[in-house]
Design a protein around this ligand. Structure first.
Ligand code: 13P
Ligand code: SF4
Length: 378
């Protein structure tokens, strides 16, 4: 059995075991829910090669059902919904920030669509009274840490990030004791309480610069082992990596997917997100954050691109560059949590001013420092 398949099976087996034996008890709700949901998704998607096809098509159909309904029932109903949302936005003096992985209709109504670094900056700068954060929980939490005087709303409180849930503050504290003297760089895909235990944050677009800026003998990097391994290579720093990963990038996108497309489109530029496995990243012309991919696609004179990240980015890439071609490395690479955000839920939270994301003052004050440090450096 190829090494990559063996590793994948082991990872999923441990995920299944955790899901079955309810070993998420050290993790808080709703993070526990997102881990369980992700474990179940992984198990289902990968159980059998034939089931993958049927189940995933159904799953993708379910995820994009609002988009499809819009297409089937025409634009009129959609226009009414958008009008209602815009009216509510004005009444509440709210701004909608959306991650690049969001559904097309969410990207279309958002005031700003960006990667996690760009969204943090927008959240810190906006003078709106409310921020509707169309993304996953840690992103909304980061906005709440940066703008405590604003109401930050998330359309679905269950939209977590399984990678962020692979580390807790308690486990990080234990890890720090083991490697005393090391400084902690926390990927922004972490909870506020993990950030509060860290020296500085980073995102996938500034991770190399941030790690290079840290003055320490060794650096603990949490939680993404793939981004960590990439940064270690680029910065040549001594790094201790937490064993976390993104199920969408690590378990769905494989080198074979890219090699197949490279054979078909030999002149295409290959853009890979650093959350992918090292062997997948090794095939990249550019390792880039989602925002970095959008910039590269716009600036490059190349016409064809192979894209290795979550599916939502394809909509933005095609919309911004209609004359260029984008080939998705794996159309099954869908983040189920990102897709929990729908137009109906977005309207609902604005209408009822509910699902307010807040961080207790004690944690917020500690988590604020590593985020602001990051924003000052890169
Ligand atoms: P970006 O920083 O590229 O937006 O990535 C965030 C993320 O969650 C990727 O899975
Ligand atoms: Fe988390 Fe991966 Fe989804 Fe990004 S794509 S939010 S890292 S699970």
């Amino acid at each position: 059995m190829p090494q990559i398949l063996r590793q994948f099976k082991e990872e999923n087996a441990s995920c299944v075991l955790r899901a079955r034996t309810d070993k998420f008890s050290d993790v808080e709700m709703p993070q526990r829910q997102s881990l369980k949901a992700q474990a179940r998704t992984d198990v289902r998607v990968f159980r059998d090669a034939h089931i993958i096809q049927i189940e995933s098509i159904l799953k993708i159909f379910y995820i994009f059902k609002d988009t499809l309904m819009g297409l089937i029932f025409g634009v009129e109903q959609m226009n009414e919904t958008i009008e209602r949302l815009n009216k509510l936005k004005k009444e509440r003096n709210a701004v909608i920030l959306a991650h690049i992985y969001q559904l097309p209709e969410i990207q279309d109504v958002a005031d700003f669509v960006g990667d996690s670094l760009e969204l943090s900056r927008k959240a810190a700068q906006t003078d709106a009274d409310a921020i509707v954060f169309c993304g996953v929980h840690f992103m909304a939490e980061t906005a709440a840490i940066l703008s405590p005087d604003k109401k930050v709303l998330i359309p679905d409180v269950q939209a977590g990030c399984p990678m962020a849930d692979m580390i807790t503050a308690e486990r990080l504290r234990e890890f720090k004791k083991k490697y005393s003297g090391a400084k902690v760089v926390a990927y922004v895909n972490t909870s506020a309480s993990v950030k509060a235990e860290s020296d500085i944050c980073c995102t996938s677009s500034n991770a190399v610069d941030i790690v290079k800026s840290v003055d320490a003998e060794s650096i603990i990097f949490v939680p993404d082992r793939n981004l960590g391994a990439y940064v270690q290579k680029m910065s040549e720093k001594k790094m201790i990596l937490w064993n976390g990963f993104c199920p969408t990038h690590n378990n769905i996108i494989f080198p074979e997917d890219i090699l197949k497309l490279k054979r078909e489109f030999p002149d295409a530029e290959t853009l890979v997100h650093p959350e992918c496995r090292p062997e997948t990243l090794a095939l990249a012309d550019y390792a880039l954050s989602t925002g970095g991919m959008c910039k590269r696609a716009a600036q490059s004179s190349n016409k064809d691109f192979i894209i290795a990240t979550e599916s939502g980015i394809l909509y933005k890439l095609k919309k911004d560059n209609p004359s260029k071609n984008f080939y998705h490395a794996s159309p099954l690479a869908v983040c189920p949590n990102m897709k929990k955000i729908t137009l109906a839920k977005t309207i609902d939270v604005l209408l009822n001013m509910k699902n307010i994301v807040s961080v207790p003052d004690e944690i917020r004050e500690k988590a604020y420092q590593p985020i602001v440090k990051m924003l000052k450096i890169a």
